[in-house]
Design a protein around this ligand. Structure first.
Ligand SMILES: NC(=O)c1ccc[n+]([C@@H]2O[C@H](COP(=O)([O-])OP(=O)(O)OC[C@H]3O[C@@H](n4cnc5c(N)ncnc54)[C@H](O)[C@@H]3O)[C@@H](O)[C@H]2O)c1
Length: 433
């Protein structure tokens, strides 16, 4: 079958049963997956429960997620519940090839993901997942849902529901629902408190710094570090950069978030000012062309640019390419552009998610909660199939609370409980001064 995708023709006939880089990496992948498993107590507990109750017996799941050790453990949990999971990457640069090999060889899951794959192969892999006739989709950025709705509509009939992992995906899906274009219900896992409060803030915060440091090995202390966007991810990145001793600037378009950043102790200014004095600029907005030509023209020599937002559209890379007279590749994950006036601008990880492309993504400790939400939401979608509207739904409150309770218990933290008198007091208006 040949389909037209983003002005490309994809021939889907010659796709093998799996497509990964190197099966001999499986042993190393298994070790790393087990290492992450130790940090995922909530998911481990769920896997044990799922293996007894088999809530997903025979369910075909199509997943488009970053192929990392943590995702492998989500796949293990879903298969423990009886599901058959077919997996592809949600970003061309984020695949850990040893994990893909381990999933295929040690766990028997069909995987279509190769780190560094080009756009053509990326979409062929998404189509291979669609070919598995998924009844539930798991997405991170909504490329799978979008491909199903745009090019593979004949497969929509199989799908009962889906989940979405990230802010950008939720925004795209809400836009689809608003146009009545969404053909099945989706649960916005990103919006669970036990997801974005921890994963976006602490996970992206730590792993973005990890990616920037691994790629450059440049000391942050004393440097000027600008964060574009003070949402959940931006807050985490800004605080962690401050913790490294950097002078942190925040740029925003939302007055409330800008005010919060100012009161959190950061300098706030437009990017046109920040660009001239920054040693590092990291975007985390989910928006496009946040760093554009006018900023590139005034940046100081040696400025390092990175992105942690979902798509590689936050930095105007075509403008950077057109301004450059020379480009070279001094270190893995670093492209250095020399401009006509001699200034050098360094771009990390081709402007793709720096925490996944230049480091290992979020630590397992936070993915434990995000993926427990995923697994419980999938089970919820399956039991509720046919009963949910074709729109974006929140994660049910009891799932969010259950995940928080299990995480606290796993961390050995007990909390107080309301007395009966306090419960009544908090629900009444009669008592006052
Ligand atoms: N790197 C990762 O592993 C990872 C993890 C989670 C989320 N994400 C992605 O990161 C992005 C941000 O997610 P979030 O949860 O922080 O979203 P959010 O909505 O909480 O925050 C985004 C912020 O960016 C601001 N913004 C928008 N356009 C801007 C511009 N031109 N200049 C400055 N600020 C601007 C918004 O006002 C908002 O405050 C999304 O694309 C999301 O999918 C990445």
């Amino acid at each position: 079958m040949v389909i037209q995708n983003k002005s490309r023709q994809l021939n889907l006939d010659d796709m093998p049963a799996t497509d990964i880089k190197d099966i001999s990496l499986a042993k190393q992948g298994v070790k790393r997956i087990d290492w992450a498993w130790q940090e995922m107590p909530v998911l481990r507990q769920l896997a044990e429960r799922f293996s007894k109750q088999r809530p997903l017996n025979g369910v075909r799941i199509g997943a488009c997620l970053h192929v990392t050790t943590e995702t492998a453990n989500l796949v293990r949990t879903l298969t423990a519940g009886g599901a058959r999971v077919t997996l592809c990457a949600s970003n061309p640069l984020s695949t850990q090839d040893d994990v893909a090999a381990a999933l295929v060889q040690a766990y028997g899951d069909p995987v279509f993901a190769v780190s560094g794959e080009d756009d053509q192969r990326y979409y062929r892999h998404i189509n291979a997942v669609i070919d598995s006739r998924p009844q539930i989709t798991l997405d991170d950025g909504a490329d799978l849902v979008s491909e199903l709705h745009k090019n593979r509509r004949e497969m929509l009939a199989h799908v009962e529901g889906g989940t979405e992992e990230t802010t950008t995906g939720v925004i795209r899906l809400r836009a689809m629902a608003a146009e009545c274009a969404l053909e099945y219900p989706i649960i916005a896992v990103n919006d669970a408190m036990t997801k974005h409060l921890f994963d976006n803030r602490y996970g992206t915060g730590q792993s973005t710094l990890d990616g920037v440091i691994r790629a450059t090995n440049i000391l942050l202390a004393g440097k000027t570090f600008t964060v574009a966007g003070y949402g959940w991810c931006g807050r985490g990145i800004a605080h962690r950069a401050q913790g490294h001793g950097a002078i942190v600037i925040v740029t925003e378009v939302d007055p409330l978030r800008a005010l919060e950043a100012a009161m959190d102790g950061f300098r706030v200014m437009p990017l046109t000012e920040a660009a001239a004095c920054s040693d590092f600029i990291v975007t985390a907005t989910g928006d496009k062309l946040v760093i554009h030509r006018a900023h590139l023209e005034i940046m100081k020599d040696g400025c390092i640019l990175a992105n942690s937002g979902h798509f590689n559209v936050e930095i105007d890379i075509p403008a950077l390419e057109s301004l450059a007279v020379e480009k070279h590749h001094p270190r893995p994950s670093v492209d250095e552009y020399r401009l006509a006036d001699g200034r050098r601008i360094r771009l990390l990880a081709e402007g793709r998610l720096v925490n996944l492309a230049a480091a290992e993504g979020h630590p397992a400790t936070v993915m434990d909660m995000s993926f427990a939400n995923q697994a419980l939401s999938v089970a919820h979608l399956w039991t509720q199939r046919g009963n949910l509207d074709k729109r974006v739904h929140p994660v049910p409150q009891d799932i969010d609370s259950e995940v928080a309770q299990h995480k606290l218990a796993a961390m050995g933290i007990a909390i107080d409980t309301l007395t009966e008198e306090q419960t009544l007091y908090l629900a009444s208006w009669r008592e006052g001064t």
